[in-house]
Design a protein around this ligand. Structure first.
Ligand SMILES: NC(=O)c1ccc[n+]([C@@H]2O[C@H](COP(=O)([O-])OP(=O)(O)OC[C@H]3O[C@@H](n4cnc5c(N)ncnc54)[C@H](OP(=O)(O)O)[C@@H]3O)[C@@H](O)[C@H]2O)c1
Length: 339
């Protein structure tokens, strides 16, 4: 693949959030990126975005200050509504945008009022935005003006299931039982996400109405008929997602067929590791890394499988995947700044 050594000027809006702070840390050390501006919400005060880089101070957001920093690429690590408003304005000014929110992930604008609570002002951008599940993208990242970075739960689930869609039985429910560390919800103050409520506890939430459900359905091209059962849970830990996925197949499959399919799908994917049949990954394998690990066990003589997928929600589920996309967009090696 053609690569470049030219440095890109990057700005991050939402740099003081959980995902933005990780992004700041990665881009500060990225040999091809120069961090030219960092912003928090307009109501914030100047503060370091990442404690490891005290000189990289985020300023309260101001659109003119962002433009004045003259970035090549703007990362939006902001809430959905803020990204939906900001990304079109930046694109209209000729800037390239990598959005970590869900504001541009769904193709169908009609889904936004139901699942996100707002109507899209620029639905044409939903057609244009590249859904940046890096491992399943090709040249489209290179020419993209807008990349919609995938959600954390969908990343863990789609990496595990996309290579097997050809044999998944769409008459049976696809069941995705996912558990996330508390940083998945961002740094909001909410009693349900507080230490006192989480410590020594474990609970399901958002069943039937989590925003990642239509994203998973879209990513697996399930249409409206195949039942998708997505059950998110909150783990009493800070970071990491473990998804346990139950699928039925249209015919009997063997472990070597599954292994071959995964090997083909991820032969050029430095951040995905497939475990041997019967070995299942654990959170500690991937927390604080940009990697995804996937393991599977066949059941009922190969008519069903349980697949387990683990990622760090703040890295492969957000910041490091955004940098993978940045690397592909700008012509850097995919692992630049991440290996
Ligand atoms: N957390 C995850 O695991 C994860 C994974 C994948 C995707 N995401 C997505 O990434 C985005 C950021 O998530 P997060 O968890 O990092 O959230 P967070 O911790 O709540 O941080 C949000 C950031 O956005 C800033 N902000 C809020 N409103 C703003 C506005 N109107 N204009 C400019 N900046 C604004 C905040 O500034 P202040 O510091 O001043 O409040 C903060 O820096 C969200 O869309 C989220 O859905 C998160």
């Amino acid at each position: 693949m053609e690569t470049t050594t030219e440095t890109k000027r990057v700005a991050i809006v939402g740099a003081t959030g959980y995902a933005g702070s990780e992004l700041t840390g990665i881009l500060a050390k990225h040999p091809g990126a120069q961090v030219v501006a960092l912003f928090s919400s307009g109501s914030g005060v100047p503060a370091p975005a990442n404690p490891a880089f005290p000189d990289l101070v985020a300023q309260p957001f101001a659109f003119d200050a962002l433009l004045a920093s003259n970035p090549d690429v703007v990362f939006l690590a902001t809430p959905n509504e803020a990204s939906a408003e900001l990304a079109p304005k930046l694109i209209d000014r000729g800037l390239r945008v990598i959005d970590l929110s869900g504001a541009f992930r769904l193709n169908d604008p009609g889904l936004y009022p139901t699942w996100y609570g707002f109507a899209h002002e620029r639905p044409a951008l939903l057609d244009e935005a590249v859904y940046g599940l890096t491992e399943f993208c090709n040249g489209e990242l290179k020419s993209a003006r807008l990349i919609a970075n995938p959600g954390c739960y969908p990343t863990s689930i789609l990496l595990a299931l996309r290579p097997l869609t050809y044999v998944i039985d769409r008459e049976q429910p696809v069941i995705c039982d996912s558990k996330s560390g508390v940083s998945g919800a961002g740094k909001k103050a909410d009693i349900a996400w507080s230490f006192g409520e989480l410590y020594g506890n474990f609970k399901a939430y958002g069943v039937g109405h989590h925003r990642h459900e239509p994203e998973i359905r879209q990513g697996l091209r399930l249409g409206d008929r195949t039942p998708l059962v997505f059950v998110p849970h909150l783990l009493p830990t800070l970071r990491g997602i473990l998804s346990t996925i139950h699928v039925g197949f249209t015919r009997t499959v063997t472990a070597s067929e599954i292994a071959d399919n995964y090997a083909r799908a991820f032969e050029n994917s430095p951040f995905v590791r497939i475990l041997p049949a019967g070995q299942l990954p654990e959170l500690k394998n991937v927390v604080n890394t940009p990697r995804c690990e996937i393991g599977y066990t066949l059941l009922q003589g190969g008519r069903r499988a349980v697949i387990v997928s683990v990622i760090d929600n703040l890295l492969k589920g957000a910041a490091s995947q955004a940098v993978q996309n940045f690397n592909r967009m700008c012509g850097f090696p995919e692992t630049e700044g991440l290996a």
